[in-house]
Ligand binder design. Structure first.
Ligand code: FES
Length: 257
């Protein structure tokens, strides 16, 4: 009841208040048939191996350092969200009280406490993106999908959530959709992106594993490369076996995605 009253008050105060609050629908736990302490969850045999590999990176007395990568592993296994039982499993694996894991999972916006759509859109609303038009991008998404920030479309395809800086400020405004970055957006290009997703036509990521939607290759400015033209080669170019080409898929495989 308390949570319901708090949520109603925040709804009256607007989306930013909701986003900054623990009452955010994606952070607040609500018992559901598929999300109770008793709901069984375990890692698959393959993910058990990955979990041991992750924990092997830390000293025995710092196993708690594996909480974030293990939550990420659990979320990927569970279709993009974390039931309570998954958090409890992670707590048991690293040997901490479940509350220590709940604190992490509810602090970082990368973790979802409720099911999300097939395409989980994280829209950056921090200052550089905001001054470059993120509010217009958000409105275009909301209008096109008929949802508000924090909601999922009825067909389960899209969830929209506004988050803080995603580290692609040079190509603002931008969104992260699942693991991929779409940058240099306009209201028109973001709608085109949504329509492509509806048709199941995934945009190929650019050379650097992200996609500036205005034709840029990377984060060069509107006049192209104007500096560092004769600088040292980029690190990738130093490796003879890469020959100046980076395959985004191989980067993701290396990162364990
Ligand atoms: S401010 Fe949007 S990515 Fe940094």
């Amino acid at each position: 009841m308390l949570a319901r009253r708090g949520a109603a008050a925040l709804a009256r105060r607007g989306p930013r208040a909701r986003r900054l609050s623990n009452f955010h629908p994606l952070a607040q736990h609500v018992d559901r048939p598929d999300n109770k302490v008793e709901t069984p969850f375990d890692f698959t045999p393959e993910n058990h191996i990955r979990a041991e590999h992750i924990l092997g990176k830390y000293p025995a007395n710092y196993r708690a350092s594996g909480i974030i990568p293990l939550l990420d592993l659990a979320q990927r296994q569970h279709g993009g969200w974390l039931p309570v039982a998954a958090m409890d499993k992670v707590a048991a694996l690293v040997g901490v009280a479940p509350m220590r894991v709940y604190e992490v999972a509810t602090f970082y916006t990368m973790f979802n406490r409720e099911p999300v759509g097939k395409y989980f859109i994280q829209l950056c609303g921090t200052t550089p993106c905001m001054v470059c038009g993120s509010e217009a991008i958000k409105k275009a998404i909301e209008d096109h999908l008929g949802i508000q920030e924090g909601e999922t479309t009825k067909d389960g395809l899209f969830t929209l959530r506004e988050v803080e800086c995603l580290g692609a400020c040079a190509n603002a405004p931008m969104v992260q959709m699942n693991d991929d970055y779409y940058e240099c957006l306009t209201p028109k290009s973001v709608v085109e992106l949504l329509e492509a997703c509806k048709r199941g036509e995934k945009h190929e990521m650019g050379r650097w594993g992200s996609l500036p939607m205005n034709g840029q290759v990377s984060c060069e400015g509107p006049r192209g490369k104007t500096s560092l033209g004769n600088g040292p080669p980029a690190p990738y170019a130093m490796r003879e076996d890469l020959k100046g080409e980076v395959d985004p898929a191989s980067v993701k495989a290396h990162m364990g995605y």
